[in-house]
Design a protein around this ligand. Sequence first.
Ligand code: FES
Ligand code: MG
Length: 586
Amino acid sequence: MTRRLRSQDWFDNSDHVDLAALYLERFMNYGLTPEELREGRPIIGIAQSGSDLSPCNRHHLELAQRVKDGIRDAGGIPIEFPMHPIFENCRRPTAALDRNLAYLGLVEVLYGYPLDGVVLTTGCDKTTPAALMAASTVDIPAIVLSGGPMLDSQSRGELAGSGTVIWQCRQKFAAGEITREEFMQAALDSAPSVGHCNTMGTALTMNAMAEALGMSLTGCAAIPAAYRERGQMAYRTGRRAVEIVHEDLRPSHILTRAAFLNAIRVNSALGGSTNAQPHLTAMAVHAGVTLDPQDWQIYGHDIPLLADVQPAGRFLGERFHRAGGVPAVMWELLAVGKLDGTGPTVTGRTMSENLAGREATDREVIRPFADPLRDRAGFQVLTGNLFDFAILKTSVISDEFRQRYLSTPGKEGCFEGRAVVFDGAEDYHARINDPGLQIDEDCILVIRGAGPLGWPGSAEVVNMQPPDALIRRGITSLPTLGDGRQSGTSASPSIVHASPESAAGGGLSWLRTGDILRVDLSQGRCDALVTADEIETRKAQAPQPAPESQTPWQQIYRREVEQLSEGATLRSAKGFRAVASRLPRH
Ligand code: FES
Ligand code: MG
C-alpha cells in the first residue's frame, strides 16, 4: 500500500505540522488516537441518512455499527456523519426539494473533510439519487448500502403494500366500502417493521437502480431491513469500502453510459417507479454521462415486465428478495443480451461475473424473459403541442383501462377525452366532486402548477383519483396528465413530468377545461385539439400565478432548477465534476 491517501494531506502533512495538529486534535476527544489517523489507513465516511426524522432509513443507525466493524476489520477508520434528512411522506411541500439540498450538503462534506472513501446509506426515495449524485460530483471511492424494505405486510389477510394500500383504501373509502378507522388500520398494517416501502415504489426502485448501475454489492437492494442478511451486507459493504480506496475504484469508473442504459432496462423489467426517470437523469448529469430523454423509449420501452411486485404486480419486497431480487431480474436480461455485462462494478468484478449463478428461485415472482407478465412494459415517452416530453408507465395500465381506452378497432393505442384542468392539488381536492364539472369516463384529468418551479419541487399529485360518483360506478381510474410526478407506489396510468411545466410557460398553461385531448401511444403523442391561432391568443394572456417561495431554499431552488426532463438538477451544479481531484486549500 503506497498510494498517498487524500486524508493524509490533513493528518500526515510534513509541510503543515501545525495544521495537522489542529486537524487531529478534536478527533481525539472521543478516543481516536493520532496513530490511527496518521498511519495511512483509509478514512471511510459513513453518510448517515437515517434519523428519527427519516424513519424509512432509521435502521441505518444500527447498521452503521456493522459497517464500522467491516471498515475496521479491513484496516480502515470509520467516521459517521449525518446527511440532510429526506422523508418522502411527511416533508411539505414536497421531499423533492430535499434531493438537491442533500446533494449539495453531501458534496461539501465529502470534499471538505479528510475522507478517502464513503459508504452511502440509502433507502427512502430520494436518499439514493442524492447520495449518488454527490459521489459523482466529488468522485471519491463510494459504495451504496441500501437499508432494505420493510417485511411483507398484510391487512385483513391480504398483502398490503406500502403506499399502494393507501391508494386502494382511498378508493374504497370514496366508494363507502370502508370506514375511517379501517383506512387508518390498513395504513398501520402496511408498515410492519423497520425499513423503507416494501412495494416497487421509488425507494426500492432507486436502490435497485444503484445495484443495476454497479454501485452496491450484488443482491444488496432488496434484502429486507429486518433480515440477518442485511447486517451481514452492512459488514461486507464496510469491508469493501476500504478495498475500493486501495484500488482507487471511483464512481467515474463505474457510472458509464452503458451502466445507465442497463439501469433503464432493469427499471422496465422491475416495473419500477416513474421517478427513476428524473433521478437517473440527474445522476447521469453529475456523472458526466449524456442520457437523452428518448433513451427511455429507445432502450426501456420494449423490455418486458418480469417482476411480479406491487404496484405493477402482486407481491412485495420480502418475497421478491427470496425469489432472487434484483440480480435474478438482471440475470434474465443478461441471458438474452439485453444487458451489458462487461462494465466494472464496485465489487471489483464485472456485472456478468456478479450475476453468475443468480437465476431466480421462485418463478411465480420473477418470470423468465420468454414468459413475462407483460410485453413492452417500459415507459412510453410522449411529445406533442402541450409539452416536449412526458412519460407514461405502461406496466401499470390495467386490462380494464386498456380495454376502455386503448382498444378501439383500427385506432389501437389512441383515445380522445375532454380535459378537466386543475390548478394544483388544492384546486383538485376542492372541485373533483363538483357535479358541475360533469366528469365521466370520457374525461382526462389534468393538473398543472405541480412541476419543479410551480409547486415548487414537483409534487406526486398526477395520480388523481376519479370523482367518488365514478368510483361508485366501478370506474377506478381515468387518464391523467400533469407537470408533476406520481407516487411510485401508485398503479395510475398517468402521463407525468410534462416538460416544460406550466410555470415555465409550457403548454399546460394555456390548456382549458373542455379542450379535447388526443393521446396516441402508437405515435408517442399527446396533443390538445386547439388551433394554432387560439393557442397564440391564450398564450398572450396572463399565466396562473405560482405560489410564493416560503423559504430561502425554495427561492434558490427555483432560480436554479431544470425541468423534470433534464432531471431537475441545479443549473450551477452541472459544471462541477470529480472535484476531489484537487484538494481544498488549508
Ligand atoms: Fe420512505 Fe416510501 S416513504 S420509502
Ligand atoms: Mg413518493
